[in-house]
Design a protein around this ligand. Sequence first.
Ligand code: ADP
Ligand code: ADP
Length: 227
Amino acid sequence: QPILKINGIHKKFITEKGNEIDALSGIDMTIHENELICILGPSGCGKSTLLRIIAGLEKPSSGEVYYKDKEIKKCHKEIGMVFQQYTLLPWRNIIENVALGLEINGIDKKQRIEKAKEYLSLVGLDKFEASFPYELSGGMQQRVAIARVLANDSNILLMDEPFGALDAHTRVLLQRELLGIWRKNKKTVLFVTHSVDESIYLADKIVVMSKSPGKVKKIINVDMERP
Ligand code: ADP
Ligand code: ADP
């Protein structure tokens, strides 16, 4: 059954010079529970904008996003997002970073540390709980960001080129890890990328977007045995 419905999303930006940019022009999409969907398209086609609208970080010019049958605005707890840049708090150690969302949701300290540890070990970083972000490599920091979003227990994970800043080797390792986590946790994942390889490796379904203005060009079902 559908978990997300995206109906007729348009987005116009006005630049500082007063020019209008049509970033998205009529995006319709239905996303089912536990799907791993890649949104693939060239730079500037509106992938980030679409994800930010789904996350409620940006308002569409028109159109709606529904989570189950509710408007998405009322369902922020159901959605977690991982960005391309590492977004860990530098003054907090790793375990406190993972526990951040739990703290915001009012979970008591003992419980949130316990849960944070569980997710930190899921991404293989339990040994680093007392380290600080600057002591970890880029790939490790991104794993922490993924553990943080998983610990929050949101049903939908939005990932905006989360591996984009990593070297090829680390990228492949994390892609594999993400697939493993996804199989174990059964989350609905929307993954933005401009890499065809990455989308074929990860996705059940690839939404191909085209540029100027951003539109859905094609939806491809990937019916492939994955390693
Ligand atoms: P992608 O993620 O596919 O690279 P974006 O969603 O970042 O694409 O951008 C889509 C288009 O909208 C681009 O032309 C970009 O320059 C423009 N855009 C994105 N955000 C803004 C903004 N805040 N103000 C003005 N233009 C924007
Ligand atoms: P990416 O290609 O990784 O999506 P961008 O460099 O396109 O990243 O965008 C980074 C940030 O800048 C985004 O938050 C986007 O909304 C904003 N942005 C992109 N294009 C513009 C623009 N023309 N004017 C203002 N903000 C923009």
